[in-house]
Ligand binder design. Structure first.
Ligand SMILES: NC(=O)c1ccc[n+]([C@@H]2O[C@H](COP(=O)([O-])OP(=O)(O)OC[C@H]3O[C@@H](n4cnc5c(N)ncnc54)[C@H](OP(=O)(O)O)[C@@H]3O)[C@@H](O)[C@H]2O)c1
Length: 351
């Protein structure tokens, strides 16, 4: 049993502590879960980088100065003190990088909701655990794809709605190779009469990103000067690099309608702060806030799009790789920090 811990002030420093032992009984209102498998992408690295500012460290307790990076995936109840939850029941949600975790939860339609005081003031979406059943959107055989892509798919569809509100002729995405960008591009295309989609990426990812066939054009970061500047544009910034953001603003200044800052994949120099740029003031996008503001019919539309996306599009977007054990997890974390995980690799990890 192990907890993988990351220094809150330095994501490169990692240690493994003994985790929770398996329990035969838990207090009323709690469930112990075995964290079965989880995806690892730059999104999780951003959780660590923004751990203090966006309170990602507050989800799971850790020793002073250390944090448990949240990950998305599947947990199996191993001991239950909650009516309606039996040992063996499986849930999809937000877990720590740990073998086991005990959560205070209440059972409701479709799943569980965290009811601990510690998480009460955090975004509600992170405290929801969906039953992993076909009728709740988890078709058989697609758990690995869900572990890697499901939250990024949701973000992509939410971003497509945000982008559509501008009625722009061009959408520019930075870190276009990232799974979130790719899901956003797919979602923008699904809207019908899509704008031109231009992906900006590093030269090492340009060819593979273009080969996905989701962008009308893929440019490298050195080619910002070739961005179209003759039609209304929206920037969707997943890299978070302030110099790159400024370069896109300067190039599209007269036509930029919205600058939506979503991510921080270029984490060593990323910043969400920017002022004095030509064009609109950048706005920070939060998928949990956008999800909370969704009307019920949009929420149903997005949820209904997932099974088909997972079954038909996802296999072309990533190749699942399983890794097991604390050493494998810490190695994967280090590779992620170094930018050494090709975005077409879908890392699915277990401890
Ligand atoms: N605001 C929200 O609510 C929200 C929701 C979901 C995701 N996000 C954010 O969206 C971003 C993308 O997440 P993801 O999980 O989709 O990422 P991902 O698929 O793992 O992205 C991989 C790509 O990110 C860039 N990258 C990754 N590590 C890097 C490093 N160490 N140095 C430089 N570049 C690196 C590279 O893209 P290039 O070579 O193309 O630059 C790489 O191909 C994250 O910052 C995530 O937090 C935000």
């Amino acid at each position: 049993m192990v907890d993988v811990l990351v220094r809150r002030d330095d994501p490169r420093t990692v240690r493994c502590d003994p985790g929770e032992p398996p329990r035969t009984g838990v207090p009323q209102g709690s469930v112990q879960f075995a964290v079965e498998r989880f995806g690892l992408t730059a999104n999780n690295l951003t959780y660590a980088v923004l751990g203090d500012a966006w309170r990602y460290w507050d989800h799971f307790p850790a020793p002073e100065g250390w944090g448990r990076v949240p990950v998305w995936g599947f947990g199996r109840a191993t001991a239950s003190g909650v009516d309606g939850v039996a040992a063996g029941d499986r849930f999809f949600g937000f877990w720590p990088m740990s073998s086991r975790v005990t959560l205070e939860v209440a059972a409701g339609p479709g799943g569980l909701a965290d009811r601990s005081a510690a998480r009460a003031s955090l975004a509600r979406v992170y405290g929801r655990y969906a039953r992993a059943l076909p009728e709740t959107g988890f078709p058989p055989g697609l758990d690995d794809v869900a572990a890697v892509l499901r939250p990024l798919f949701q973000t992509g569809w939410l971003l497509a709605d945000r982008v559509a509100r501008e009625g722009a002729g061009v959408v520019v995405l930075t870190s276009a190779s990232s799974r979130t960008a790719v899901c956003t591009a797919a979602a923008v295309r699904a809207h019908g009469d899509p704008p031109e989609l231009v992906g900006l990426t590093s030269s090492r990812h340009a060819a593979a990103t273009a080969a996905l066939g989701l962008y009308d054009r893929v440019l490298t970061y050195e080619e910002v000067g070739a961005l179209p500047a003759d039609r209304g544009a929206v920037l969707v910034d997943l890299a978070g690099d302030p110099d790159l953001r400024a370069a896109v603003h300067r190039r599209t200044a007269g036509v930029l309608r919205a600058s939506v800052v979503v991510g921080a994949t270029h984490w060593t120099r990323a910043s969400f702060a920017s002022s004095g740029l030509p064009g609109p003031e950048p706005e920070v996008f939060s998928a949990p806030a956008a999800a909370a503001a969704l009307d019920p019919s949009s929420a149903r539309r997005i949820a209904a799009a997932w099974p088909d996306f997972a079954a038909t599009r996802a296999p072309g977007l990533l190749t699942v790789e399983h890794r097991t054990g604390a050493q494998a997890v810490t190695e994967a974390w280090a590779a992620l920090l170094d930018g050494d995980v090709d975005p077409r690799r879908g890392l699915v990890l277990s401890l």
